[in-house]
Design a protein around this ligand. Structure first.
Ligand code: BGC
Length: 730
């Protein structure tokens, strides 16, 4: 990562005359007497940009400069472009789209804030530093000498898609579009920061599996995998031929194209062909999709013309889970794809409908699984800085980060992302500076609750999402049956406790917050002598609030069995349910829930052909009918939090608080014959841990490799081992 630039000669520029929906192409030409010794381009935008020098793409960053709290933190990118510069005339061109900066986000409501964002000026800022072989410098910086013209991208927006006219590409027109003037404008320069997050890139290519002629007579392309990104197509066509493509995640009951669940997001590609063979994909937007409906397409389409390109933050996979159970393997794949599809610079709820926002609650439920699956240290560091930047003076944490819903109030379990995410990132990677950076924000969140509750030591009052989409929700509600102030108080306790722990790691006196946790616990026990739902039991145990955790876990197990061995939890209870069971002697029941295939369960969507995690346990019902399109995403990672149980309980790989980041480990595998075998590897900051077990007749063979001093627990046997490989029978 480069250090922050102190001085910019560049000025922000935008078209002097508004260009409507067309994406402007800014350009500047210059003469180069000889090729430079080195050339570095610094570039950013209010919007999203793609740059070219002499017709060649600069870098491979997609949707640059990414999504941050632009008013306070705007990333710029640095590119070594030495190879792109030549002797003689050179030209740099930058195409600019609305991106997250001024798209109509969120799609489902209007507000003054949204109007303001949509109307603000987009523009670019950049400078190219050309260093001569003799040490002289030349700077080509954005300023009034640049020109702007209409380019082939006629429209681009996050929800609605992209329109492109290939006949307007350079070289296609006899008379190129006229170049107009730019004007300079101001945007605070002290908001500029070097690239902080992972770069967003084209990470994977998935070829179309087949083309379907649906009962309704539509041409539909099926990629066999729900992804986030865009399609690339190749065809032979005549100039002026039209292509119109819609995106969808599923087919309906009758096998027809369906995307009502995208709500107002048009998710549409319009393309006008040039003559001859051509290959194209959108550049300034993205879609969540498995299927494409070819509304207009010249000739008869064939599968080999279409490739889906998955675009996401460049994270390295660190966790690998394989088992003898095909369904669980598919579930794990769905979790990974859910993460790829929703870790596009910001952890989003979903990538397809008119939402795609950094919902704090969703991120909070999934951070642990996310941090095992991939190295997300850099990804979260950036997003948590944005969270801190958006935190209000009062300490309140907005529902979404960046905050595109400033008129909405905080909610328990959503705002607690401020404490839960940094703590988890610290536990997984062991970097104290992550806690150091977030500590004030953690404390402010807890102080906010203390200052705003209507009952001391409980969290009453306010508006909460409750156990969101819990199955025990009363008819007509999305909020599960668990009491909102119960959930709020439990999370208040949890946040106070994690803040105290973080402070202790940093060597601070945290007695005030430790005492606060104790007081909340006392008040909690008094206010809630009974637990009414699965989620209430789960929180009471997992957040160390129940007076008798064993008894509470037993009661939870009874309740689950009474409920038909079914999970009834929503966003709040689901991440912990299996952990509570297997930590209190009910591993058997945990596996029964994990391996259940009937609705509701994790494997039910798998049985229904899911390739990502669904927002609802019953997004597609048994009879093929669908949940209301008002809220029915098929790529919502929250319930994918179950993956952390596979690492920590099924394979048993856990960090220890005294040696965070897997400087030490506890390995406590919990086998079950129904799963057959499991083989998990986790690449940690201290090397690779492997934990595998397999049933051989009625015995279990365990294989453990650890790069660090570890405590291994197999059944009743416990031992501390040095780095190495170990085999046990149990
Ligand atoms: C989002 C959720 C989010 C919730 C909060 C929904 O629209 O998609 O995932 O957490 O709102 O209410």
């Amino acid at each position: 990562m480069s250090s922050k630039r102190k001085e910019w000669t560049a000025r922000w520029i935008r078209p002097a005359e508004k260009m409507g929906e067309v994406c402007p192409v800014f350009s500047r030409t210059w003469q180069q007497e000889q090729a430079p010794g080195s050339a570095v381009l610094y570039l950013t935008a209010l919007g999203v940009y793609e740059a070219q020098i002499n017709g060649k793409r600069v870098g491979d960053y997609v949707l640059a400069p990414g999504w941050t709290v632009y008013e306070k933190r705007l990333q710029y990118q640095e590119y070594d472009v030495t190879e792109l510069i030549r002797e003689g005339e050179n030209e740099i061109c930058v195409t600019l789209g609305k991106g997250w900066f001024s798209s109509r986000m969120p799609g489902w409501k209007s507000s003054e804030d949204k109007e303001r964002r949509m109307e603000r000026d987009q523009g670019i800022l950049g400078e190219l530093i050309l260093s001569g072989k003799n040490g002289e410098n030349q700077i080509i910086a954005t300023d009034q000498t640049w020109k702007v013209q209409e380019g082939p991208v006629r429209f681009s927006e996050i929800y609605d898609g992209e329109s492109y006219d290939a006949s307007l590409e350079p070289g296609e027109k006899d008379v190129p579009p006229a170049k107009g003037e730019v004007c300079e404008f101001s945007w605070p320069m002290d908001t500029l920061i070097p690239q902080e997050g992972e770069q967003i890139k084209e990470m994977e290519r998935v070829g179309a599996k087949k083309i379907i002629r649906t009962p309704a007579g539509e041409w539909v392309v099926d990629f066999g995998q729900n992804i986030t990104g865009y399609v690339e197509f190749t065809l032979d066509a005549h100039k002026g031929d039209k292509i119109r493509i819609l995106h969808g995640e599923i087919l309906d009951k009758d096998g027809n194209f369906y995307n009502e669940n995208y709500r107002s997001a048009k998710a549409e590609i319009c393309y006008i062909c040039k003559e001859g063979r051509q290959t194209w994909h959108p550049r300034l937007t993205f879609f969540g999709f498995r299927y494409l409906k070819l509304e207009e397409f010249p000739g008869e389409p064939s599968a080999d013309q279409f490739t889906a390109i998955a675009v996401y933050s460049d994270m390295k996979q660190t966790g690998f889970v394989r088992t003898a159970h095909e369904g669980i393997n598919q579930l794990f794949s769905n979790v990974l794809w859910g993460q790829k599809g929703n870790f596009l610079d910001v952890p989003t709820d979903c990538p397809q409908r008119d939402e795609r926002l950094g919902w704090t609650g969703d991120a909070q439920t999934f951070t642990k699984a996310a941090a095992y699956n991939f190295d997300v240290a850099t990804f979260f560091r950036k997003w948590l800085r944005d969270l801190a930047a958006e935190q209000l003076e009062s300490g309140s944490v907005p529902q979404v980060i960046p905050n595109y819903l400033p008129e909405c109030r905080e909610s328990a379990a959503w705002g607690d992302a401020a404490t839960i995410c940094p703590w988890q990132i610290y536990m997984t990677y062991g970097n104290v500076s992550d806690l150091e950076e977030q500590f004030e924000s953690m404390k402010k969140w807890v102080d906010f609750i203390t200052g705003s509750t209507t009952t001391q030591y409980l969290w009453t009052g306010g508006e909460h999402f409750g156990d969101w989409v819990g199955l025990d929700a009363p008819v007509g509600s999305y909020r599960g049956a668990s009491r909102e102030d119960f959930i709020a108080t439990a999370f208040y306790a949890r946040s106070a406790q994690l803040t105290a722990r973080a402070g202790r790691v940093l060597g601070k006196d945290m007695s005030e917050y430790e005492a606060l946790f104790e007081e909340i616990r006392k008040a909690f026990r008094k206010a809630y002598p009974e637990y009414l739902t699965q989620t209430e039991h789960i929180l009471a145990v997992w957040f160390e609030l129940a007076e008798d955790p064993q008894k509470t876990a037993d009661a939870l197990a009874d309740m689950i069995v009474r409920d038909g061995t079914r999970i009834m939890t929503g966003f709040v209870g689901t991440p912990y349910i299996l952990h509570v069971l297997s930590n209190y002697g009910h591993t058997d029941l945990a596996y029964s829930l994990l391996l259940r295939e009937e609705y509701p369960s994790w494997l039910y969507p798998v049985r229904k052909g899911a390739t990502t995690i669904w927002e609802h346990w019953d997004g597609i019902m048994e009879d093929g009918s669908l949940w209301s399109p008002e809220m029915n995403s098929f790529n919502h990672y929250s319930y994918g939090s179950v993956a952390d149980w596979l690492y920590e309980e099924a394979a048993g790989i856990k960090p220890v608080e005294e040696a965070p980041g897997f400087a030490g480990a506890r390995i406590t595998p919990k086998p079950d014959k129904r799963l057959g075998w499991i083989d998990v590897t986790l690449n940690t900051r201290h090397g690779q841990i492997r934990s595998a077990w397999k049933y051989v007749d009625d015995q279990v063979r365990f294989e453990i490799t650890t790069p660090v001093r570890s405590e291994i627990v197999i059944g009743d046997k416990k031992e501390t081992v040095e780095p190495g490989s170990y085999t046990y029978w149990g």
